[in-house]
Write a protein that binds this ligand. Sequence first.
Ligand SMILES: C[C@H](O)[C@@H](O)[C@@H](O)C(=O)CO
Ligand SMILES: [Mn+2]
Length: 597
Amino acid sequence: MSNANVKNRLVGDMPKIGIRPAIDGRRGGIRESLEDVTMNMAKAVAEMLSSNLKHANGLPVECVIADTCIGGVAEAAQTAAKFERAGVGVSITVTPSWCYPLETIDTSPHIPKAIWGFNGTERPGAVYLAAANSAHNQKGLPVFSIYGRDVQDMGDGSIPDDVQNKLIQFAKAGLAAASIRGKSYLSLGSVSMGIAGCIADESFFQQYLGMRNEYVDMTEFVRRMERGIYDKDEFERALKWTKENCGEGIDVNPEHLKRTEDEKVQDWETVVQMTLIARDLMIGNPKLAEMGYGEEALGHNAIAAGFQGQRMWTDHFPNGDFMEAILTSSFDWNGIREPYVLSTENDTLNAVTMLFGHLLTDAAQIFADVRTYWSPDAVKRVTGSELTGLAQNGIIHLTNSGPASLDGTGRQTKDGKPAMKPFWEITDNEVQECLKATAWSPAVDFFRGGGFSTDYQTLGGMPVTMARINLVQGLGPVLQIAEGHTVDIPQEIHDVLDQRTNPTWPTTWFVPSLTGEGVFSDVYSVMNAWGSNHCSLSYGHIGSSLITLASMLRIPVSMHNVAEESIFRPSVWTAFGTANQESADYRACAQLGPLYK
Ligand SMILES: C[C@H](O)[C@@H](O)[C@@H](O)C(=O)CO
Ligand SMILES: [Mn+2]
């Protein structure tokens, strides 16, 4: 595998989970009686988390345990220093006993925090938990409170399932926040066709995500193409792979607009070069240093990027569809690898949503235009046929204007059902199936400079979550979430609807799960309430994890269909009201303000 295509991070560079065993500091009996049981809780949590979690780049998740139990402020400070040296990004305090809250809690302002207070009664771990929660809340340092449902015996070293689930959900979201912090968003170009989501709002990136904004003009692609600033060997390999694996689809253009065969040959070379160049711009490439381009070799430390494309680029050059589709997929000519987060039309807000989804699921995301709500009546009128099954209440046509990750074909499987998986679970055979399910159609009239769009139909039956961050003046960022499923519809219906829309683009038919309440009372209302033209689609029902991450970053959730019992936010949220959680969420986020302000 080429060095260039590995996201060049080592285990040591990844944020760690810091585990803090807190203890009653009284010597002469109490502390001594608790040392082992407390440290063993820390070890059990570390073991459980590192065996259940990986970073999205495939590296193992490491836990760092405090050198001693924390009985007072001196040990709390020693632990904070150790964690800082070790690069801890998330902290979990565990205890089976009473301890002194203000002296033992983690007071670092930027690290997401949780406390597991053992549900036992020999020593009052839950009393500590409640007192520590109140200390955190009084100090404006939100903490996730974890308290098992059933009483355990003091000597019971196991972690109950409900506690495990909360620890995992908290740790995964906390690691996502910590992995984003300090990275860049790279705008390749600027605002596409007046789409507001393309505005890189620096305060949002800096204060809510802890990120930098980087900008490269699209002329940089021209410079690197014309001067050959890319790995030529890799280019030859990539082009060969592309010719062998990326079959050309139908050319639906009228004769006078069709690109000639010679132009198409040239276009393939251009789009493959663009793919190499965009990746190098994001993460750098040591090969470029060998070629004498030391500055270019470094890249922009970008964990996410977007390509403006339309219109300045696409009016003249081949479009970015191949580049966006391949980079956001879990494989290319170098083999199976972590997908890149690269947004179409440089929609920065959709890129951030994709980044959340990627870091929470470890898998590729589908970037989509939220194109059309097809009611059962409208479908009947234009096709003469009825929607049935999951599709019977209408369907939402998710179809990006050209590219989408090939994982979005749904040709990977989990337990025999369509899925989008972390790259380390994907097989060579599944890669072939994704490639076979995709045709690369010559771009239509919107794209005067040519290019090849990703034409596929997502298989039905995948549980998925549609999400989107919107920015609202005076309010800041808000997150929308709709869990649901991809659906198969009869091919004759698909063909009519696809033909009427654009037969060269990827299609996902989506049905949100209806709850009977608010905007989730019908499919139309979900579409009608969507806050922008784009969404990101993640595999699985991850609304609850998205809500946990959003609460860490103080982004309120403006709509969701997640069951109340699976919502997990810092304990201070309950102080903002318990009867109406949506309203409490807005007020908690507003009061706390962005994490990195
Ligand atoms: C081809 C068109 O310009 C599309 O790119 C446009 O409809 C969009 O996707 C807008 O988000
Ligand atoms: Mn679009």
